[in-house]
Design a protein around this ligand. Structure first.
Ligand code: HEM
Length: 455
């Protein structure tokens, strides 16, 4: 294909700030609107960088799966926020350092090893359910945050403290809710101003840091390998040196943050979607009651719960917790008829690509049946990437898939969460896609008998 020297077209911006304000005001509408206007890709004027949003499945494949080594994390917008918060953990490093880190911790995330965490997931959920009462209102987002935090801390670091999960949950909220996704050259300056949001973000960050460093100190003092991820990191040798506390800290923080934030959002959005789609809820409950008959779920049950899997796949399509990823080109590249200079920042958005009408037909509909391998639709590779793709695909995917299924199956058999009438549900694109005001739901006792036959 003939390459042109110009960049693709894109939305008109303002002088100096370019598209920065439009993006910042409402990134979800801006990104989908830009796709609808420009089609396959669009040049965005953000932060004085060459930024191009790529929307097609073949683009996702190009960056993540076919040429991953030609691109690094962009350290811009969300990427800069992540780096400032997480330091140099697996999510934010590149090249050889990243490959070494990934090799080191990969064993902790193999499917078989992860299956060992199932009992903790189910047990902690049952304990939570014992505290719930039918007829009461809860903030599902907060409740799922505390549960998923408790699970990740126990699974990866062998610590169990519900009280610490609550404190940490608040601290994470202070960091995430006060971190604005800014594509502007003034972003760095603004982070340093004496503003309330900066104060809260930094206080939250300190609480989390103190917790992680205390954990490392305790593990080093005990000096035993208890087979958890922290022992693995502390034992790791890098050219004869063990990792410094700062290096271990950044890894631990990354796992705690990435290991619960996306999972809690998945659960909030899934319960929300089920509350809005009674026919889907009925079908799912029928499957759960037929297969489990009130028992707590085990790993072995999951293969017999296909509808549960489709519901969760569809929830990730509609409300992808990771809704935007970026990559920066190490060298110039040619793609789809254009020549892009080195340093181009590519934006890839699950929020947009999971919603392309020519691929999904009726993307606005929450329709788990589209995932049925027999009668569902064909999804081209790259069109659906809630966990990213290629060598940097989410290391926690097996963990997250299992956790989500076990928790939804456990909770729905006892309680049916219904959205509080009139409660405003607004997706808020921060580092992840969060429900802006939480998810206030009323718990109803789940009826004992399935009313609808399993499909
Ligand atoms: C629904 C749940 C989850 C979603 C949607 C999700 C999504 C993602 C995505 C999209 C990436 C790729 C980012 C990129 O390429 O720029 C990623 C990477 C990562 N995720 Fe997850 N994640 C989830 C759960 C988890 C869990 C449970 C853990 C840990 C236990 C985890 C740890 C990580 C780490 C460490 C990386 C960086 C991997 C690397 O770059 O090598 N995630 N995740």
């Amino acid at each position: 294909m003939k390459q042109t020297a110009t960049l693709p077209a894109g939305p008109k911006g303002l002088p100096i700030v370019g598209n920065g304000l439009q993006f910042q005001r409402d990134p979800l509408t801006f990104m989908r609107g830009t796709q609808q206007q420009f089609g396959r890709m669009a040049h965005l004027r953000l932060a004085n960088e060459t930024v191009v949003a790529f929307f097609r499945p073949e683009h996702i494949r190009y960056f993540l799966m076919e040429h991953p080594r030609n691109f690094i994390k962009p350290n811009l917008g969300n990427g800069a926020n992540l780096k400032a918060f997480l330091g140099d953990g697996l999510l934010t490093t590149d090249g050889e350092i990243h490959r070494q880190q990934r090799r080191l911790v990969q064993p902790a995330f193999h499917r078989k090893r992860v299956e060992g965490y199932a009992d903790v997931m189910v047990q902690f959920t049952q304990e939570l359910l014992e505290t719930w009462q039918a007829g009461t209102e809860i903030d599902m987002a907060q409740s799922m945050q505390q549960l998923t935090l408790r699970i990740i801390l126990k699974s990866l670091f062998n610590i169990d403290s519900p009280a610490q999960a609550i404190t940490l949950g608040h601290a994470f909220n202070d960091v995430i809710n006060n971190t604005q996704r800014r594509f502007s050259s003034l972003a760095k300056l603004e982070r340093r101003l004496p503003l309330e949001k900066n104060r809260r973000r930094e206080a939250g960050s300190r609480t989390i840091d103190d917790f992680v460093y205390a954990l490392i100190k305790q593990h080093r003092a005990e000096g035993q390998d208890v087979g958890d991820v922290l022992s693995m990191l502390l034992e790791a040798q890098d050219e004869g040196n063990t990792m410094t506390d700062k290096q271990v800290h950044d890894q631990v923080l990354t796992f705690v943050a990435a290991g619960h934030e996306t999972a809690q959002n998945t659960l909030s959005w899934t319960f929300y979607l089920l509350s809005q789609h009674p026919a889907v809820y009925d079908k799912l409950l029928a499957e759960l009651q037929t297969v489990l008959a009130g028992r707590t779920p085990t790993i072995a049950d999951l293969a017999r719960l296909p509808y549960l899997e489709w519901v969760i796949n569809e929830s990730w399509r509609c409300y992808p917790p990771a809704w935007l990823q970026g990559r920066r080109a190490l060298e110039a590249f040619d793609l789809d008829g254009y020549h892009f200079p080195a340093n181009t920042v590519a934006l890839l958005s699950q929020w947009v690509t999971h919603n392309l009408p020519d691929i999904w037909g009726d993307p606005e509909n929450f329709r788990p049946e589209r995932w049925d391998p027999v009668s569902g639709q064909k999804v081209p590779q790259g069109a659906y990437f809630p966990f990213g793709g290629g060598p940097r695909m989410c290391i926690g995917m097996p963990f997250a898939e299992m956790e989500t299924k076990l928790l939804v199956a456990s909770i729905l058999q006892r309680f049916t969460p219904r959205l509080v009438p009139g409660f405003p549900v607004v997706p808020q694109p921060r580092i992840t896609l969060r429900p802006k005001y939480g998810m206030h739901m009323i718990l109803e006792a789940t009826p004992k008998v399935a009313t609808v036959p399993v499909a």
